[in-house]
Ligand binder design. Sequence first.
Ligand code: PDD
Length: 296
Amino acid sequence: MAKTDGQFAYLNGDFLPLEKCRISPQDRGFLFGDGVYEVIPVFNGQPFELDAHLDRLAQSLAQSAILNPLTNEQWQAMLAKLISYHPWSHQVLYLQVTRGTQMRRDHLPDEDLSPTLYAYASELKPVNPDWLTDGLSAITLPDDRWQHCDIKAITLLPNIRLKMQARDQGADDAILYDGDDRITEGTASNVFALFGQVLKTPPLSNHLLAGITRTVVMRLARDCDLSVCETPLTRQDLKEADEIWLTSSTKNALPITQLDHQPVGSGQPGPAWHALNARFETLKRTWPETSANPTD
Ligand code: PDD
């Protein structure tokens, strides 16, 4: 198939134009949200931290008792082909595996289902430049999601509700806290807070996703001479932070300059974020040459 400006997708073994993709409404992903997903950035035509994303996908599938439909080599080959259909040097790969199609609706899955495998690419656009000069606003909200947030499940209604609540209160996003006032994560991101030269982020648990960007940011922060500490953070801690960042695959690290309608630190993106962001931009520009760097 020739290169095209249109978007292509992979569905159960076939590459086809995005608008031609069809799945059954009896797919358990559609009926129950019974599936998992990944979002993988592509810099200079090469997927970023692909092994880490495939490892996390394998974990999400195993925890959901869904068979991984491809080997890592098959995933790599399929995604490389998907990338090659598109002209953009920076892309976002979305991939989703559901438990499969079952004609009789039943919470309990049949034994013999074949997973539905779907992936598509889109252009990775630069983030809103105002976010880089002025930062974003966030409010804190109770984390009312489930106890398995380490699974990257497609069932995102709780996250969507929280993000809409933030929007309705005039904020760009929400930072979530549990019953003990401990920060878990953002609605689609991990949270970092800087105190002097110490960068803190909540430790991994079943209450947050093990973000791939989180690991990269911890590594880059050490290169910026910050000491990095995985430790519980409370809502009160965030109020006293010099800087707060949210990290994700599509946005790297973004500065939060207003929390619960109060300025964070100076109320402007701070010097540590500027230094970190410059390193991240260099990493993107030179990817995959920099891929030999050890990750945590
Ligand atoms: N979300 N926590 C949640 C709940 C997320 O949805 C995401 C990313 C992250 C950050 O993970 P990573 O650094 O691996 O992207 C943390 C993706 C981007 C999404 O749902 O679109």
